[in-house]
Design a protein around this ligand. Structure first.
Ligand code: URA
Length: 475
């Protein structure tokens, strides 16, 4: 038996070097073994030196991506499985496409479990507030199903970029100091604070979102497996809430149906959006709507956003301006149009003589859709299905504010407001009669920021201001 020693449980580079050496030396999978740490020896016949890497050979990218995840799986034989696949790839170059192959299917299943553990970590890490050297420090204790701390920590660095935090786990810890992400040794539960006052707040919120009439214990345990309950403050409430669910649901059924806000109901049904009442909820004020959007699960965009960002402005504004979706800065600030596009919009509004404080400014989509690139979060255009899912909120805002004029910025906003696909360049600047308001379409201010040629950019900016002036006249 040839044995390679890896530095730690997730030492992918070490495994790769060792596997290369084994392969170069013709060591068959049955004769290769991997262990972690120095160990005592004695279990293996022969220990292969794994100092230098053997010669390199190309392996499919799909294999490398799969292996990077499989190595994080807690199973003891994962290194062997990966080496067996690598060995076979030399003779069966298309192996990774044979998803029915036992080894391939096994590796894919393990990678899936790892990704699921990473997803659960994103959902179930709960920070508690502590103080270190006079500064706020947020600490979480978490027990992931697989060794996903390093894989998942960058998500928290992006999401909570302005907080100092540590995530402690039995496998290792991650620390973010608002600039740098570092990793440290394994921790124990007692290193994390036991409780903080935010917990009560969180529990109250959880209890208020718990709907006894929709209780499906099996689904709930699938989504929130019991293994995570020990570290979830809200889990302490679950047995009690579940026990009381039948009684509460019966009381709900017996109680007369609450009247939806009649003003809102009338406007929404005029707009043909009766399905807004599914789940029986109708926000009766902008404040309520702003809270409720934080629990929105109409599409998956909530998962990667910091928060839902609703519109801002007077509740009886005559003008509503609708953008696409919150950007990076808006996602963090919780306010629409506070970043670079917002500055272009503000400048154009003041040139037109419209006071932004008189305008209700919002977006067609309430959560920031993006993808990570290095440390940055890159904007991604929302899909038609996401825009359509979010129309419920936009319509609720329209019904509450009742603007006389709605200005849409760009095609996502136009689709959100009109409910149909629109060529903005063709329909731009012409007033369109809607059941509840007059709409005017124009381009998005970020488009103006992207025009490289200065003269062309100035011409476009003037057209944008002209569209705002047309809005001003309609008001
Ligand atoms: N772009 C938008 O469409 N909306 C914002 O809130 C910010 C940038």
């Amino acid at each position: 038996m040839q044995v390679a020693t890896l530095a730690n449980e997730t030492d992918f580079d070490g495994w790769r070097q060792a596997a290369r050496r084994f392969r170069a030396a013709g060591v068959r999978p049955e004769a290769a073994s991997f262990r972690v740490g120095a160990g005592e020896g004695g279990l293996f016949d022969d220990v292969a030196p794994v100092g230098e890497a053997g010669p390199q050979f190309p392996v499919p990218r799909a294999f490398v991506e799969l292996a990077e995840n499989v190595i994080l799986h807690r199973s003891a034989d994962r290194f062997d499985l990966l080496y067996r696949l690598l060995w076979r790839l030399e003779r069966e170059p298309d192996l990774m496409r044979v998803v029915s192959d036992r080894d391939v299917a096994d590796a894919m299943e393990r990678a899936k479990n790892v990704n699921r553990a990473s997803h659960k970590m994103k959902a179930f890490v709960r920070f508690r507030l502590a103080e270190a050297e006079g500064e706020e420090h947020w600490i979480s204790w978490f027990e992931p199903a697989h060794r996903v701390v390093e894989k998942t920590a960058p998500f928290f660095a992006r999401r909570f970029s302005t907080m100092r935090w540590s995530i402690l786990t039995p496998d290792g810890s991650a620390f973010w100091d608002t600039e740098r992400l570092t990793f440290g040794p394994a921790a124990t539960r007692d290193m994390a604070p036991a409780e903080d006052e935010i917990e009560d707040f969180w529990k109250t919120y959880y209890a208020s979102t718990f709907n006894p009439a929709r209780l499906k214990t099996k689904t709930m345990q699938g989504e929130m497996p019991k293994r995570y309950w020990a570290n979830l403050p809200e889990a302490a409430l679950i047995p009690e809430l579940v026990a009381a669910a039948n009684g509460r649901a019966a009381a709900m059924v017996a109680a007369p149906a609450p009247e939806p806000n009649p003003r809102l109901a009338k406007t929404l049904s005029r707009m043909g959006r009766d399905h807004a009442f599914e789940e029986g909820f109708v926000p009766s004020s902008l404040e309520e709507l702003g809270h409720a959007v934080q629990a929105c699960r109409r599409c998956p965009l909530w998962r990667d956003a910091t928060q839902g960002v609703c519109g801002q402005g007077p509740k009886a504004a005559k003008l509503m301006i609708v953008g696409e979706q919150p950007g990076d800065q808006e996602d963090l600030a919780g306010q629409p149009f506070v970043g670079p596009a917002g500055q272009v919009l503000d400048a154009a509004l003041s040139e037109t003589g419209i006071d932004r404080d008189d305008v209700f400014v919002t977006n067609a989509v309430k959560h920031f859709k993006h993808e990570p690139r290095g440390k940055r979060r890159i904007h991604r255009t929302p899909a038609a299905s996401e825009i359509s899912a979010c129309r419920w909120w936009l319509n609720a805002e329209r019904a509450l504010v009742k603007p006389k004029v709605i200005l849409t910025l760009g095609s996502t906003a136009a689709l959100g407001v009109l409910g149909r696909k629109v060529a903005v360049t063709q329909e731009r600047g012409q007033p369109l009669a809607l059941p509840d308001a007059t709409a005017l379409l124009t381009v998005h201010p970020s488009y103006l920021l992207r025009i490289p040629d200065r003269e062309a950019a100035e011409t476009e900016r003037e057209r944008f201001v002209a569209d705002l002036k047309a809005v001003h006249r309609l008001l």
